[in-house]
Design a protein around this ligand. Structure first.
Ligand SMILES: CC1=C(CCC(=O)O)c2cc3nc(cc4[nH]c(cc5[nH]c(cc1n2)c(C)c5CCC(=O)O)c(CCC(=O)O)c4C)C(CCC(=O)O)=C3C
Ligand SMILES: [Fe+2]
Length: 368
């Protein structure tokens, strides 16, 4: 029995990353095709990858997540295949779906590895689906791809983040002896995006930044009073041209400012990333950690959810939720308090949402 009808197969859809030094430049070319990212920035980002032997950590993390999802599906006696496809590197989405279609599975439900709404983290994946559908159609194959909603406010993701935050606070407390609201800060960190992309994300949902704030508020409310510290949202991994405004403050700049205000320790909480991919491994664990060391800060970087069982079972709950919606069955769409489930369109945002790309074309640095 196909417990997931009308879906034939699930797809873990991610960004992709190089496996070896010779793949770094071709990968970066794929990522930035048609974008106005300056050459110097690409060389700089290339160096981050070479610093890790030319291999991105993201693929092994996706393999682990794929395995964990398989186990959770098996546990629920759901036999539907789950495969993995990427936007920017092998295994490419189109190739994986072609192989499935040749085996007779043509209706897909995607689990994207991005938690929030924005062009880069939601709509661009849907454009990838459209490209794959178009490419396979040109080869005579008809496939459909739906997706689960953005999961930043799903209890599975949020409660996994909450437990990991408690562990991080415990680690930090050991380092400093006792928490002190004058001297210590919680900095929630996410990937910066251009301001125009932020604005476009906030048309039909609360938007990229406010979604992070909803989760932050929930996580802070969940901390016992003895662990309460002042907290704020900061950003990492800015790219693009310096004249184009992106979300700020940068995590390093903010730590430097805080040091001038008498702060001497930070807990970084990377709620924008589901696993320790390059932004976490380089921008936080290398660069931000160095900044903290220069400032003489106590420093803890909270773990990302990775394959946390609450996160993995939450994703499978979201698969079941979306399938129930597709069937027209009664279903609930649970969220953390103070947040609302995103409207089902092609899964998460409505089809008009997050059109960051259109605004970009009005800027000299963002060619159409
Ligand atoms: C919001 C967001 C997420 C989170 C949501 C999600 O997970 O999707 C994310 C994830 C990722 N971004 C990644 C890598 C890169 N992102 C770049 C460029 C950009 N990212 C942007 C935004 C985001 N990016 C934006 C607005 C740009 C600029 C222009 C553009 O392209 O729209 C560039 C080009 C060079 C540079 O500018 O840094 C690279 C190499 C990797 C792989 C890491 C690894 O290998 O472990 C992952 C998971
Ligand atoms: Fe990125």
């Amino acid at each position: 029995m196909n417990k997931t009808a009308p879906i034939d197969a699930l797809v873990l859809m991610s960004f992709g990353g190089p496996e070896a030094p010779e793949e770094v430049v071709p990968f970066l070319k794929n990522v930035t095709a048609g974008r106005g990212i300056p050459e110097e920035r690409l060389e700089e980002v290339g160096e981050h990858y070479y610093g890790f032997g030319g291999k991105s950590p993201i693929n092994d993390q996706n393999k682990a997540l794929l395995q964990a999802l398989r186990e959770e599906l098996d546990h629920r006696e759901i036999e539907t295949p789950i495969i993995w496809g990427n936007r920017n590197w092998e295994p490419y989405l189109t190739d994986e779906l072609r192989a499935e279609a040749q085996s007779g599975r043509t209706r897909f439900l995607s689990i994207d590895t991005s938690a929030y709404s924005s062009y880069s983290s939601c709509r661009q994946y849907r454009e990838d689906f459209a490209k794959t559908i178009g490419a396979l159609s040109a080869e005579g194959m008809t496939v459909t791809i739906d997706k689960i909603r953005q999961f930043y406010n799903h209890p599975g993701y949020a409660e996994a983040c909450a437990l990991l935050l408690r562990e991080g606070v415990a680690d930090f407390t050991k380092q400093v002896g006792a928490l002190d609201a004058e001297k210590h800060r919680i900095l929630f960190v996410t990937h910066s995006i251009p301001n125009v992309m932020q604005d476009a994300s906030a048309v039909e949902t609360s938007g990229y930044r406010a979604q992070h704030e909803e989760l932050m508020t929930h996580l802070l409310n969940g901390l016992p009073a003895s662990e309460a510290l002042p907290a704020e949202l900061v950003y990492c991994s800015r790219s693009g041209s310096p004249e184009v405004p992106w979300l700020e403050p940068d995590v390093n700049d903010r730590m430097t400012e805080l040091a001038a205000d008498g702060v001497s320790g930070v807990i970084l909480v990377p709620i924008g990333f589901i696993s320790d991919h390059m932004e976490v491994a380089f921008d936080l664990d290398t660069e931000a950690k160095e900044t903290a060391a220069e400032l003489g800060f106590a420093f803890t970087r909270v773990a990302t959810v990775g394959t946390h069982p609450l996160f993995v079972s939450g994703l499978v709950d979201l698969v079941e939720e979306r399938i129930a919606q597709l069937r027209g069955d009664e279903t609930t769409a649970p969220t953390i308090p103070g947040s609302t489930a995103l409207v089902p369109g092609s899964g998460a945002c409505s089809i008009e949402c997050c059109r960051g790309r259109i605004e970009r074309t009005t800027e000299p640095n963002w060619p159409a």
